[in-house]
Design a protein around this ligand. Structure first.
Ligand SMILES: Cc1ncc(COP(=O)(O)O)c(C=O)c1O
Length: 456
């Protein structure tokens, strides 16, 4: 049995895992095109004669839309990226934005969600899922997850519905697909809008359909750790022309409402932001979209290798992947009752072996002081204190026991299943786990001060 690195032994791996983006000649070529053209955005926020036409044309039509100068729908590269994304996902409208956070806010805004409305969402996701709900002053209602896929549990959704519920913001967490059949049934029964947060799941399919195309609107992130990346950026997709029109207006200052004859439902929430994507970002997007399938294939291959090699390790459960799922992170469930060793000790030992594992999110979203204290806009508990809400919503530890247990006790996440890491790197992960678990007796008897949180 070799000595653990945490006690001075030789680590399994000295070299850091690769975190840099895989770039090929396409990124260079498309970015060069933009630099040569010297057209960095080409978005115009003010009204033009044919604004109604621009607001409603499909992304494919918009790509070949000719204009001498600027357009309401952005420059040529932005429109090319949107058209290619729309084709890939089989939807008429793909609307680029500068982040998924902006995209989620625009999506909720376009659906007319606002003060006094509740949006049901999962308790376990990245903070932006919840804060995007606050942008138009609606109220997040957090529900517990299904322990099989870490996504919204449909039974918990049913229990959380009130007369104020207007939408469900579904997150396809870690690449898993939520139970969309059950969720769509609930939405139909209660006349609710469904927005899919696909930040971590571009390319995942649920029963043969891409996630993001099943509900009313799908939102993707191109932040640097995602399956395809432009550094920062996002995409909103929909089949609904009215929603597309409003998302386009919210993205681009909202000034271009054709005239005040629009009915109030159409005018609602078009406060107008600047959520626009630049031509340079879109150039990276076109190149990255072309390799999404390959990136996803490698993520899947690496993950299935880890599942196979670690499945018999006593004290951890490996994920069970449904067909069509593209893993975004590799999550294990650790059981300290089997090993008698606290999770933080295991994490510290694995990190010392050169494997940057983490324990998942820092906290559940409702455990953020923003929600515990209900302090968002100013000091007077807006939007919870809004007269249109008129309901006392509280957030507290214990609200979602399944997610709390998974996050506080069980999760061990390994992030670097992405290209250019491959099977050779995964072999080191397996060796490190095997080494640490071979030494479990020794770990149990030793005192280690272990740090909390995640580590890249
Ligand atoms: C589930 C989820 N939703 C939303 C976001 C926000 O994405 P962005 O950073 O593009 O705003 C993230 C980013 O990590 C995410 O993981």
């Amino acid at each position: 049995m070799s000595k653990l690195a945490i006690f001075g032994g030789v680590p399994v791996r000295e070299e850091p895992f690769k975190t840099s983006v895989v770039v090929d000649e396409r990124e260079w070529e498309y970015v060069k095109q933009i630099l040569e053209k010297r057209e960095f955005s080409r978005f115009m926020g003010s009204p033009s004669k044919d604004i109604e036409k621009q607001l409603t044309m499909s992304s494919v039509e918009a790509e070949s839309y000719e204009s001498q100068y600027f357009t309401f729908l952005g420059g040529k590269m932005v429109r090319r990226f949107e058209a290619e994304f729309a084709k890939k996902f089989g939807v008429p409208y793909a609307i680029s934005v500068n982040s998924a956070t902006s995209g989620l806010s625009a999506a909720l805004g376009s659906a007319g969600i606002g003060p006094g409305d509740e949006v049901i969402t999962t308790c376990m996701s990245f903070n932006a899922t919840a804060t995007s709900i606050l942008l138009f002053n609606s109220i997040p209602v957090f529900v517990d997850v299904d322990c099989k896929n870490y996504c919204l549990d449909p039974n918990e959704i049913e229990k959380a519905i009130t007369p104020k519920t207007k939408a469900i913001l579904v997150v396809h967490l870690l690449g898993n697909a939520a139970d969309m059949d059950a969720i769509m049934k609930i939405a139909k029964r209660h006349n609710l809008i469904i927005i899919e947060d696909c930040a971590q799941s571009p390319g995942t399919k649920y029963k043969g359909n891409y996630v993001g195309t099943i509900g009313d609107i799908g939102v993707f992130s191109f932040q640097e750790t995602k399956n395809m990346t432009t550094g920062e950026g996002g995409m909103v997709i929909t089949k609904n022309p009215l929603l597309a029109k409003k998302i386009r207006l919210i993205r681009n200052h909202g000034e271009s409402i054709p005239d005040s004859s629009w009915d109030e439902d159409s005018l609602v929430n078009i406060v107008g932001m600047n959520f626009r994507m630049t031509e340079l970002t879109a150039a990276l997007g076109v190149a990255q979209l072309a390799k999404l399938d390959e990136n996803n294939r490698v993520r899947t291959e690496n993950t299935l290798f880890l599942v196979d090699k670690l499945k018999n390790l006593s004290g951890v459960s490996v994920p069970v992947y449904k067909s069509g799922v593209v893993p975004h992170v590799f999550p294990l469930l650790y059981d300290n009752r089997v090993t008698g060793v606290g999770r933080q000790k295991i994490l510290a030992a694995l990190r010392a072996e050169g494997i940057p594992v983490g324990s998942g999110y820092l906290r559940l979203m409702y455990e953020n002081p923003l929600f515990l204290k209900k302090i968002a806009y100013g000091r007077e508990q807006c939007p919870w204190s809004c007269h249109l809400y008129n309901y006392k919503r509280e957030y507290k530890s214990g609200d979602c026991p399944i997610a709390e247990n998974i996050l506080r006790e069980k999760f061990i996440w390994f992030y670097h299943i992405n290209r250019p890491n491959g099977i050779d790197e995964m072999k080191d992960v397996v060796s490190a786990f095997e080494k640490v678990f071979e030494n479990i007796e020794f770990l149990r008897r030793s005192a280690i001060v272990a740090e909390v949180g995640y580590k890249w």
